[in-house]
Write a protein that binds this ligand. Structure first.
Ligand SMILES: Cc1ncc(COP(=O)(O)O)c(C=O)c1O
Length: 351
């Protein structure tokens, strides 16, 4: 009998999470309340920012962070092309223009040179996703004097030369989607240290009991989600340790095949949200082979944003899209499943 399919991602949920959510339900206060407030404090600590505002998704968090900075039509926001389309949608929703940039070939982070070239007098922010678990170089990007929003949807709890990832930009955002480093089912958070920005996000996340009929919406998180998220924050260190142990197994297989494991620049640590292997050939046949071996592999970015728009001149993004393969790496993998992924990886790299 063949073994069960190993999905590309799966959350690590246990009795603690089930109990925490059940307690909230039994307590009767299920909408935004004390659990949300505690979750905001816990995530602020993880990211090294002063305050957090919990919202309904990472995309909502991006949009509200941009709105709090006063960004609107006539403004430009620099984002990489090699990222999920959430960034593009959040910028467009403010009325501003997303300006796409290429990436660094080995770290998959926005190229600092490309960002510098993309800046104009209309640029009001740069969104920097810390891709796949590896912190990006925020210092260089901040040197332009334009607000940097750190997108920590894929990288949390990883120290950057002694300080937590997420704590260097004007603002940071997180996502708590089911397959993220820590989950609340869905959800997101805006983090910052400047009181005026944070309080603007708090006002914008809900419409009730406002003195004026200014544009408003409902972006709130529930206490059930926050209770689940709090359990996950408590497990984050353990999750990262397990991710690194699994990555070490994959490094061996990659080296044996004569390829290079994911690059970690000197002095940095990787959280391995994704394990991305750069293949010598286009990834399509590897994806097919993995499927027949019962392993869910993916392109780490479904489709770069510029490819939806028929734009060219993003050579490193195109190369990554063609050759980068993401294999399953998450704490809920059993040792036996890790062995099966290693075997599949060896077969893919030999093919
Ligand atoms: C880098 C990045 N930013 C933002 C988001 C959006 O988060 P959400 O799905 O919670 O809206 C994602 C989601 O995959 C992401 O990977």
């Amino acid at each position: 009998m063949s073994e069960p399919f190993i999905p590309h991602s799966r959350p690590a949920l246990g009795e603690a999470e089930a109990k925490a959510v059940a307690e909230v339900v039994r307590g009767g206060w299920i909408a935004e309340g004390r659990q949300v407030a505690a979750f905001e404090r816990a995530v602020a600590k993880v990211t090294g920012q002063a305050q957090g505002v919990a919202v309904s998704s990472g995309t909502a968090a991006l949009y509200l962070a941009l709105m709090s900075l006063g960004i609107g039509s006539d403004d430009e926001v620099v984002i990489p092309s090699y990222v999920c389309t959430a960034l593009w949608h959040a910028v467009r929703l403010t009325g501003a223009k997303p300006v796409l940039v290429d990436i660094e070939p080995t770290t998959y982070q926005p190229s600092p040179q490309a960002v510098a070239r993309a800046l104009t007098r209309h640029t009001k922010a740069v969104i920097v996703p810390h891709m796949f678990g590896l912190p990006a170089d925020i210092g260089t990007l901040k040197s332009h004097g334009i607000p940097v929003i750190e997108d920590c949807a894929q990288t949390m709890g990883v120290p950057v030369r002694g300080t937590p990832v997420g704590g260097s930009g004007e603002m940071a955002i997180c996502s708590f989607y089911a397959t993220k480093l820590l989950t609340a089912g869905e959800g997101g958070m805006v983090l910052g240290r400047e009181e005026s920005l944070v309080s603007r996000v708090r006002t914008l996340r809900q419409y009730d009991q406002q003195d004026a009929l200014d544009p408003a919406f409902n972006y709130k998180m529930t206490d059930m989600q926050a209770a689940l998220g709090l359990c996950q924050v408590a497990r984050l260190e353990g999750f990262l340790t397990r991710r690194r142990a699994i990555a070490a197994r994959y490094h061996e297989a990659v080296r044996q095949a004569g390829l290079t494991p994911p690059v970690v620049p000197a002095g940095l640590e990787h959280g391995y949200f994704r394990y991305v292997v750069r293949l010598s050939n286009p990834v399509d046949s590897a994806l097919d082979l993995a499927r027949t071996l019962g392993i869910g592999c993916r392109r780490p970015v479904y489709r770069p944003i510029h490819r939806y728009m028929d734009l060219s001149s993003f050579p490193e993004t195109d190369a990554a899209w063609e050759r980068a393969l993401s294999i399953p790496l998450y704490p809920a993998l059993t040792d036996h499943e890790v062995d099966r992924v290693v075997s599949a990886l060896q077969a893919i790299l030999a093919g």
